[in-house]
Design a protein around this ligand. Structure first.
Ligand SMILES: [Zn+2]
Ligand SMILES: [Zn+2]
Length: 161
């Protein structure tokens, strides 16, 4: 169905397959499978910011695509069979503020990058949070799992403020 005919997303109220589809050529015609819990959490993030659009920078990635872009080999973006992760941004909102909203909502692993926030619904062990310093993620491990803001400030130092 076309977007014009139906204002509701085909995955959830506000999210569409085309937004979370793996961008590689091989996946162009494949059905997009995204974990319902992730979609529910993304809807909650959207609500937390007064229904501002949540822009998906990366949703599903097949293993080849994930390798191609240098993703973690065990990435939540790889559908198995459904994708459990997304990199998101919201216009005018800092990635750390998306992360803090996600922490409040709960049940999400949170990776804060300079221009986006990674969210996924995989188990938070050992790390619940990570922050990208340049391209390299620093993981919270088991000791820094209590507070995203505390963890983020330690990792980023003055930059994180
Ligand atoms: Zn693909
Ligand atoms: Zn990601």
């Amino acid at each position: 169905m076309d977007r014009k005919d139906n204002p509701l997303g085909d995955l959830s109220t506000n999210f569409w397959s085309f937004e979370l589809r793996c961008p590689c050529k091989k996946c162009r015609r494949k059905k997009v499978l995204v974990d319902d819990l992730l979609l529910f959490k993304l809807e909650m993030i959207r609500m937390a910011f007064g229904s501002l659009p949540v822009i998906i920078l990366s949703g599903n990635r097949c293993p080849e695509e994930n390798k191609h872009i240098g993703g973690h080999p065990d990435s939540a973006h790889i559908p198995a069979p459904a994708g459990k992760g997304a990199d998101v941004k919201i216009k005018g909102v800092k990635p750390i503020d998306i992360g803090l909203a996600a922490e409040k909502i709960g049940g999400l692993r949170i990776g804060v990058a300079r221009t986006y926030c990674h969210l996924d619904v995989k188990p938070p062990r050992p790390s619940r949070f990570w922050a990208y310093v340049g391209k390299k993620p620093i993981y919270s491990g088991s000791i820094g799992n209590e507070s995203l803001l505390k963890f983020y400030k330690i990792v980023m130092g003055e930059e994180g403020k």
